[in-house]
Design a protein around this ligand. Structure first.
Ligand code: SF4
Length: 308
């Protein structure tokens, strides 16, 4: 007799070898973890169950997730917990800056949960974090990865851009056709406009956006998103394989091969991005420091300047 449970659950595609990562066991990993707990900081590395955590935390690269660990949205791809978030922690900006100083970060990535419950969506907390970092560790370059600030993006972007982060990142995540199922609380063109408005307010800030593959998108749809990004003047494209965090999340439709990532990267470069990172394990903040240096050098080369 067939076991009913085995029949009820659709088979998951087996992870290919190019996705496998080592378990995090290093001293650097343990130190990064204990610092984050001591400073009461959440990280997207842990909350999103990032496969690169062993590598990044060994090098003491962590991406701080501000505005708490509870998100007001419930995107089908994301492992971050959903619910009614706690009050904003007034110590979080200084704790984030202290973490950057203790970790010795030359470049830091700050992201957040969606806070649709706050009147400004959390924009002022991003500003406070940038200010605390500039005070505490002035040579650290700052990359922020923000939510879409639904219905308040204009004022949020204006406020954040005035604080002058070095890189403004906001992920489009997937092709527009898949938004209703994968990113139901968001609007593709609103996200695109947000990134465009960063450049309009301050063209010196680098803009960056990312896409996940393996959710059922078609190659030509991805090419179209690249064109849309270029018309919004986005400098840096990241692309990585979506991994299903739990059986409750959207399933992986396909594992994109390393060769296909290379093909996407070649097309994206031809479309004029300053920098492209595309590989199975690429994530928004993966190797962000090295990539920032490359992006700055690429812009300087384009402008005919000598890189600092
Ligand atoms: S890739 Fe980004 S989110 Fe993942 S572990 Fe590294 S820093 Fe954290």
């Amino acid at each position: 007799m067939t076991e009913p449970l085995a029949e009820a659950r659709p088979p998951r595609i087996r992870k290919p070898d190019w996705i496998r990562v080592k378990a995090p066991t290093s001293v650097g990993f343990a130190e990064t973890k204990s610092l984050m707990r001591r400073l009461n900081l959440a990280t997207v590395c842990e909350e999103a169950a990032c496969p690169n955590i062993g590598e990044c935390w060994t090098k003491k690269h962590a991406t701080v997730m501000i505005l708490g660990d509870t998100c007001t949205r419930a995107c089908a791809f994301c492992n971050v917990k959903t619910g009614m978030p706690r009050a904003v922690d007034p110590l979080e900006p200084q704790h984030t800056a202290d973490a950057a100083a203790e970790l010795g970060l030359q470049h830091i990535v700050i992201t957040s949960v969606d806070r649709d419950d706050l009147p400004d969506g959390g924009a002022s907390q991003f500003v406070k974090v940038i200010e605390a970092l500039r005070r505490t560790t002035p040579s650290t370059t700052i990359e922020i990865l923000t939510p879409d600030f639904r219905n308040k993006a204009e004022s949020a972007v204006e406020k954040i851009v005035a604080a002058r982060p070095d890189v403004y990142n906001h992920n489009l995540e997937t092709v527009p056709r898949l938004y209703p199922t994968i990113r139901p609380g968001a609007r593709y063109y609103a996200s695109l406009r947000l990134l465009e408005s960063v450049k309009k307010h301050d063209p010196s800030i680098f803009t960056k956006s990312g896409l996940m593959t393996g959710l059922g998108e078609q190659r030509l749809e991805v090419h179209q998103v690249m064109d849309d990004m270029r018309s919004a003047d986005i400098d840096f494209l990241t692309m990585g394989q979506y991994l299903q965090p739990t059986p409750r999340h959207a399933k992986v439709e396909e594992f994109t091969t390393p060769q296909s990532f290379n093909a996407y990267a070649a097309i994206a470069r031809a479309k004029g991005f300053l920098l492209v990172a595309a590989s199975p394990l690429t994530r928004s903040s993966y190797h962000a420091g090295e990539d920032f240096a490359k992006m700055r050098a690429a812009r300087d080369a384009k402008l005919g300047k000598v890189s600092a």
